[in-house]
Ligand binder design. Structure first.
Ligand SMILES: NC(=O)c1ccc[n+]([C@@H]2O[C@H](COP(=O)([O-])OP(=O)(O)OC[C@H]3O[C@@H](n4cnc5c(N)ncnc54)[C@H](OP(=O)(O)O)[C@@H]3O)[C@@H](O)[C@H]2O)c1
Length: 265
């Protein structure tokens, strides 16, 4: 079946599209025909690179800068989008930032930064975007495996992503009658700046341990996650809503003490 223009004539807005998973989503959606609003916060040059890839695919790209932890900047972002298009078909929420701390080290500013961006930003952006989203619209949020099991230093982001998953479930229920779906994609460990930041100087060892514990034997790529996002954005996924699609290569299948002997880290 021809897939190249499934999303032709549609507009996608991807947050955190300057780098990593968000950037891959923007390019993947454009490859299926969507015009893409490329949101970024500080990485303007990288965002311009994403926009250039979208345009190289023959699609329109709109650059939008905003700190999504700040309500006034979210309002400006939405206004910027509306000045180009009154219709939004696919909203992808990929932006995130946190401090990887154990619970006793978490301070109020860490809490504010993570929750204002991941939870508050999501709610405000969805509320502001919904009037532009019609039937067959899609809301797709990137959560993470820290909601299903514990990861060192991950309480803050994991709990914020837990709130995200529950919010998206409610959204799916409320929007179903308008034929709008809402889902999460939950990546395992994906080779991006944030995974390298999490592992600090030990990324190669971390990646080797993760690969050994992953059924398919490797760390994920941003394109692996973008493929799932693009599927959920497609017309074929119109009957899937309120779900969390895990994209982790089988990392969540393993349990430390029961790993195969030759795969033990
Ligand atoms: N990588 C993984 O292993 C993994 C695993 C599970 C879930 N995830 C989730 O996947 C999503 C993308 O992760 P990634 O690894 O691709 O991240 P990344 O490469 O670190 O990129 C983070 C993105 O978020 C944006 N951002 C950061 N602070 C922001 C703020 N205050 N306001 C608006 N945007 C902000 C950044 O924009 P600028 O660069 O322009 O500032 C950047 O585009 C995140 O939600 C993350 O939690 C990742």
């Amino acid at each position: 079946m021809e897939k190249a223009s499934d999303l032709g004539g549609k507009w996608a807005l991807v947050t955190g599209a300057s780098r990593g998973i968000g950037a891959a989503c923007a390019v993947s959606l454009a490859a299926r025909g969507a015009d893409v609003a490329v949101h970024y916060h500080e990485s303007q040059e990288a965002a311009e690179g994403t926009a250039a890839q979208v345009e190289a695919l023959g699609r329109r790209a709109l650059l939008l800068k905003a700190d999504l932890s700040q309500p006034s900047e979210i309002a400006s972002l939405l206004e910027g989008f509306r000045s180009t298009s009154r219709q939004l078909d696919v909203l992808v929420l990929a932006a995130a930032a946190t401090a990887f701390k154990e619970v006793e080290q978490i301070r109020p500013h860490h809490l504010a930064k993570t929750y204002n961006l991941v939870v508050g930003g999501m709610v405000q952006l969805v509320q502001g975007a919904l009037p532009m989203i019609g039937p067959n619209g899609r809301v797709i949020a990137i959560s993470g495996s820290g909601t299903d099991f514990t990861l060192p230093g991950y309480a803050l982001l994991g709990s914020a992503k837990g709130a995200m998953e529950v919010f998206i479930r409610y959204l799916a229920q409320e929007l179903g009658g308008r034929q709008i779906t809402a889902n999460c994609v939950s990546p395992g460990v994906i080779d991006t700046d944030s995974a390298r930041f999490y592992a600090k100087d030990g990324y190669p060892q971390f990646a080797a341990r993760v690969s050994a514990a992953t059924a398919v034997g490797r760390v994920g790529s941003p394109a692996d996650v973008a493929a799932a996002v693009t599927f959920l954005a497609s017309p074929e996924a119109g009957y899937i809503t309120g779900q969390v699609l895990v994209v982790d290569g089988g990392l969540g299948l393993s349990s430390g003490p029961f790993m195969p002997h030759d795969a033990a880290p």
